[in-house]
Design a protein around this ligand. Sequence first.
Ligand SMILES: *[C@@H]1O[C@H](CO)[C@@H](O)[C@H](O)[C@H]1NC(C)=O
Length: 241
Amino acid sequence: MKANIACVLLALAVSSAAAQQLKATQADPCQAKGKMAADVTYCDRYWECIDGAAEQFDCPNGLVFAGRARGLLENCDYPWRGDSCEGKQLANTPVSVGPCDWKYGIFGHESSCIRYWTCWNSTATEQFCIGGLLYNEEKHACDWPEAVEGCQKHPLCKDDANGNVPLGKSCNRYWACQGGYPRLQRCPATLVFDKRSLRCTNPPTEDCEAPPPPPPEDDPNAPAGPAFVEEEEPAAPAPLV
Ligand SMILES: *[C@@H]1O[C@H](CO)[C@@H](O)[C@H](O)[C@H]1NC(C)=O
């Protein structure tokens, strides 16, 4: 019995030593397909076979090895696009300039949820999310507001980040909040905005009569000019961004 246990322990020791040795072995790029091999320890480093000898390269700052002729630049790509850093470390430290945490990358804005920065060789370019989307730091991309935690909200939308808000005395316009950001909306032609249900409904409502019908088309005797005067365009709320 004792001998058996010793055998098992010995076998375990041998296999774990073998595993460790396997893990610590750097693949030879000259033996590899494509003459390139990922570094065994660091995901932002790789080896290339040049004139029969293994030569070490580091990815551009902020990028990690993706494979020969793959990725954005010099065989490297954004770390979140692949899993090459799983279980590995970074060899390089961030070179941070202005809003760029690394020379290459996509970074959140200091004060805005709809803006972000793309950095290329430490040159920052400001980008904007459109269509009510917000920048999602985890995805490094614009995303639906519901998916983006912790963004500052506009006061108009403080009660319901995705609700409707009446616009003064207007009968056909209102604010639609999307993820805390208000957008100016207009009810479909025959409907009016009901301040109680916060929806476009059939008139009349408490405050709104039916909108006057549009002048008949192709009627040469129709009075010139609009049948009713449009309200003035309200000023957009000052963005907090
Ligand atoms: C990055 O910028 C530096 C300094 O402006 C410049 O010397 C270098 O050539 C640039 N590198 C690339 C890959 O564009």
